[in-house]
Write a protein that binds this ligand. Structure first.
Ligand SMILES: [Zn+2]
Length: 278
């Protein structure tokens, strides 16, 4: 477990689970449930601007969330802090990472005092912020997101997600530097188009035009990709990682990136283009 949730106990992870209240199976948990003590101060995990504060109303995208603080980070994603007992920030305020935003509580649909933390993509929606019915596609795995999050450097502003930003990516099934750059942008690492520290192996040969380093530590962008697709995080693209990517992208799982036009790479490019890798 990473140190992302330092001081918290995870009481329910992100993803599919049996719902704690309705007992319905295979419901999607859109965030992570974190527990300190009841009324413990809750600090922002990521800096940003407060977009919404208050009791989540049905139909607002925050129904059942109780007392909510919504903070938009510099990448444009919505960081949702829910079930708070009370709130100590106001709308429009800039909040620094580590700043107290409220206290842990049990407001809204909650089985006990905890923090529900959720990261939403900016969505094309009419409701206040980032709500779409397809929740797994609108919510990001929060542990990887917070862990990978870096404040953008002023000279290198991060484009608005979902717009494709400054990255023009052709969906051609060839994994070249542009695909690497789009992947780096999606995963919030440097966007230099180079997979560094990647030992050349059989699978990497199949990726046309990708620049690789000669390191043994594995590439950071590949490690983060491996975390998303659920394969061993060694930072090296091998058949196991390719197979996990294929599973994640719902293409044929043969562990091979075919050339010159790979269906998996095309699917990856399409997902990167619409800002929906996770
Ligand atoms: Zn929750």
């Amino acid at each position: 477990m990473s140190e992302v949730w330092n001081g918290f106990r995870i009481s329910s992870p992100f993803g599919y689970r049996t719902h704690p209240i309705t007992k319905q199976r295979h419901t999607f948990h859109t965030g992570i449930d974190l527990v300190k003590k009841h009324l413990a101060p809750i600090e922002a995990f990521i800096s940003g601007r407060v977009l919404f504060v208050g009791m989540g109303q049905q139909g607002s995208g925050f129904g059942g969330y109780g007392n909510v603080v919504l903070i938009q980070d510099a990448i444009g994603r919505g960081n949702v802090y829910a079930h708070l007992h009370d709130v100590s920030v106001r709308v429009g305020q800039t909040v620094k990472k580590g700043q107290v935003i409220g206290r842990q509580g049990s407001t809204g649909n909650s089985t006990g005092s905890h923090l529900h933390f959720e990261v939403r993509k900016a969505a094309s929606s009419n409701v206040p912020y980032g709500w779409i019915a397809d929740r797994p596609n609108n919510c990001v795995e929060p542990t990887a997101y917070v862990d990978a999050y870096k404040e953008p450097v002023k000279s290198n502003p991060v484009p608005k997600p979902g717009t494709g930003g400054k990255i023009t990516l052709k969906i051609d099934g060839r994994w070249g530097p542009q695909t690497t750059r789009a992947l780096q942008d999606a995963i919030s690492t440097v966007t230099d188009g180079i997979i560094s520290d990647q030992t050349r192996n059989q699978a990497s040969q199949a990726i046309i035009g990708v620049e690789f380093g000669n390191g043994r530590n594995g590439s950071l962008v590949i490690k983060r990709l491996q975390r998303i697709v659920g394969s061993k995080q060694d930072g090296l693209i091998g058949p196991h990682t390719v197979r996990a990517m294929q599973k994640h992208l719902c293409t044929v799982q043969d562990g091979v990136i075919s050339t010159p036009n790979s269906l998996m790479v095309r699917t990856l490019q399409r997902r990167l283009k619409i800002g929906n890798l996770k």
